[in-house]
Design a protein around this ligand. Structure first.
Ligand code: GDD
Ligand code: MN
Length: 369
């Protein structure tokens, strides 16, 4: 079996000598033939000379052309590399090259679709000085990944797989996915994912490129994967999340307006009528914009004004559906404990389903072609 190791690089020239030396030392005893693909986004850091001076015939430096980015670099490398087994790892030596042979032999086993070099599998460790924030970030990101997989370290960038598994996803792979492991698990429909414990070191030289921008990109990535995997259900879930934000807007407005009006000496009934009406319209409005920007961003075809008015109409009818359902069920269940509350929940569900269907059909329609 021929093993190709794909390494995305951006300003990693300083790490290349040790990386290649350690890969060489780790791979030689295995008897596998191997090569390395440094997928460099033009770094102007002298990496060309570093690679030339090393004189390894198995090291290939690919100086990329735009679009730049980690995801693009990895995907291009995976497609270019000739190996029967493909390995992806970072250049900064946080992924120990000594573990490559273990990842490779796990990937060779036909029952494994994907192998992850895992920080969180039993025996895996992380170099000590992670800040609390970095821990929280890593954990939160892993939690989001639970939508797709139960592997312990879905965020890892240290992976191995057989080429035929990659071919399953064909053109579906999306390079926004700098969490390339997660992208592969979902799009290549990996059932069996093996985790090989690794010690994750701090990067040795140079600096990390992961910041807030990458975290936002990750959320966008998760959303795209959810749409890809769960389709309409994922869209409905997004609609639900928007609805929850609307609940907060509603509570905020109802409180502020009612307090302000009572300070101004309005009578209770006028105060309530105004506060509730404003709160309902405020939350409908924020819901509308969030849905237009997110849930139905691909379907914002109507003019803003017409879409808004249709949305309000749908929501008002949805409110009536909620009211009517709740009343019917509550009457029926009047002897059951919490009957009213359960009825109200059913009313919310019915109203929400109605709103979703209405928004989908009348507000955010795809233009007929
Ligand atoms: N070609 C290219 N283009 N390579 C890039 C780019 C880019 O825009 N940005 C980063 N890289 C390369 C780096 O040179 C390095 O080899 C690797 O991608 C990881 O980048 P780091 O900057 O070291 O990121 P990190 O340590 O915060 O995150 C890594 O580890 C995480 C935990 O295992 C990544 O591998 C993440 O995917 C992984 O989740
Ligand atoms: Mn790193």
């Amino acid at each position: 079996m021929h093993v190709s190791i794909v390494v995305p690089t951006y300003r990693e020239a300083l790490n290349i000598p040790e990386l290649t030396k350690r890969i060489d030392a780790a791979m030689r005893p295995t008897g596998h033939t191997f090569d390395l693909w440094l997928m460099d986004d033009p770094s102007n850091d002298g990496v060309e000379k570093v690679v030339r001076d090393l004189g390894y015939s198995w090291v290939h430096l690919v100086t990329r052309t735009p679009p730049r980015g980690l995801g693009f670099a990895v995907l291009e490398g995976l497609r270019k590399a000739p190996g029967d087994i493909l390995v992806v790892m970072d250049a900064d030596l946080s992924h120990p090259p000594e573990r490559i042979p273990d990842l490779v032999s796990a990937a060779e086993r036909p029952e494994n679709d994907l192998v992850i070099g895992s920080r969180y599998a039993p025996g895996g460790t992380i170099a000590g000085d992670w800040s609390l924030l970095r821990h929280i970030n890593s954990r939160a990101a892993t939690l989001l990944a639970r939508l797709f997989t139960w592997v312990k370290d879905p965020m890892s960038g240290f992976l191995a797989m057989r080429k035929d598994i990659l071919d399953r996803a064909a053109g579906d792979l999306d390079p926004i996915g700098y969490k390339i492991g997660l992208e592969l698990i979902v799009k290549c429909r990996c059932r069996r994912v093996a985790e090989v414990p690794i010690h994750f070191s701090d990067r040795q030289l140079g600096k990390s490129k992961m910041g807030l921008k990458e975290q936002i990109r990750y959320v966008v990535h998760v959303r795209r994967l959810a749409r890809w995997k769960y389709g309409e259900l994922a869209r409905f879930a997004e609609f639900g999340i928007v609805g929850l934000t609307g609940v907060f807007v509603n509570l905020l407005v109802v409180t502020l307006v009612s307090e302000q009006m009572s300070r101004m000496g309005f009578a209770a009934s006028a105060r309530l009528n105004t506060a509730i009406t404003l709160a309902v319209f405020a939350s409908m409005t924020t819901n509308f914009f969030l849905n237009r920007m997110a849930t139905f961003s691909d379907k914002a075809t109507k003019s803003l004004g017409r879409a808004y008015l249709t949305f309000v109409a749908v929501c008002l009818i949805g409110g009536v559906v909620n009211w009517w359902t709740t009343k019917r069920l509550a009457t029926e269940w009047h002897e059951i404990t919490l009957g009213l509350q359960i009825a109200a929940l059913c009313g919310v569900a019915a109203g929400m389903l109605f709103n979703y269907a209405g928004a989908r059909m009348f507000v955010f329609r795809t233009k007929r072609t």
